[in-house]
Design a protein around this ligand. Structure first.
Ligand SMILES: [Zn+2]
Ligand SMILES: [Zn+2]
Length: 272
């Protein structure tokens, strides 16, 4: 009888020992593995970004991105922010700018064309040369024409490439150097109160429909911040010196796509 009792006690003790060993093993296994993955999940959830437009915090995975900027919504991505920068554009800051006169708000848009070298866009993508030009980085060795213009310090607020790509160089709150000596309905120095938009093109080639579309969207966004805008070509405000945007800029198409009232287009809708 005693033998049986000792044997049973032995079996029970062995069972308890075996069970405790198993638990230690499971615990040590559990302690080493799930922790890092849990930390990873936490780190991922904490990748927060700031909407460039409204400054709200949001998870990076929920944001819309343009270059290295983040936006909370398509509406904020497409808008002009309170610093005068358009989210939807590529930003390439030009040093060729200065402050507007005290209290001046833009009430004129000047439409231009530019192409470097002239007509270069017909054979290859050349809008980067315009970016280089406005950033004073044009290499004079690349083309004889670049040597001629390389020392000029100019800029515009926006450039619309042949593809419809939109580039911004100067905040709309600052003065870009695009108009030169000019006069709009008797008001001199148009840079003081205007926003310059360059369309990549020359005087001999129709502009692309992608350019009109992007221009219309841009005008719509700018009009929200500057409701008193009027529109002119560079040749309208500097007729002795300039011919751009030229006879291939279709003012009727522009008016149709923007829905602008005719009093906002004081030089009319005829090609010129
Ligand atoms: Zn936002
Ligand atoms: Zn011009």
């Amino acid at each position: 009888m005693l033998k049986w009792l000792l044997l049973s006690a032995g079996i029970v003790l062995f069972y308890l020992w075996f069970k405790s060993q198993k638990r230690i093993k499971t615990e040590s296994k559990g302690a080493s593995k799930p922790k890092p993955s849990k930390a990873k999940v936490v780190a991922k959830a904490e990748a927060m970004v700031l909407c460039q437009y409204c400054k709200v915090h949001l998870p990076k995975s929920d944001s819309l991105t343009k270059e290295d900027r983040f936006y909370c919504s398509q509406q904020h991505l497409e808008a002009l922010d309170d610093q005068g920068w358009l989210g939807n554009a590529i930003w390439r800051i030009s040093p060729n700018q200065d402050s507007r006169p005290e209290g001046a708000t833009p009430d004129l848009i000047v439409v231009h064309h530019i192409s470097l070298p002239p007509g270069g866009f017909k054979s290859s993508a050349s809008s980067q040369y315009v970016i280089d030009f406005f950033q004073n980085n044009l290499n004079p060795a690349t083309h004889p024409y670049f040597e001629e213009i390389g020392s000029q310090k100019v800029s515009s607020h926006f450039l619309i490439a042949r593809t419809g790509q939109l580039i911004q160089f100067v905040s709309t709150q600052n003065k870009a150097w695009h108009a030169g000596a000019s006069s709009f309905l008797g008001r001199e120095r148009c840079n003081d109160f205007s926003i310059g938009i360059e369309l990549e093109g020359d005087g001999d080639t129709p502009f692309e429909s992608a350019q009109y579309k992007v221009l219309a969207n841009l005008v719509q966004e700018l009009s929200k911040s500057y409701p008193h805008l009027q529109f002119a070509g560079h040749s309208d405000i500097a007729p002795d010196r300039k011919t751009d945007p030229g006879k291939f800029f279709d003012w009727k198409k522009f008016q149709k796509e923007t829905g602008l009232a005719s009093e906002k287009l004081p030089f009319g809708l005829n090609s010129r």
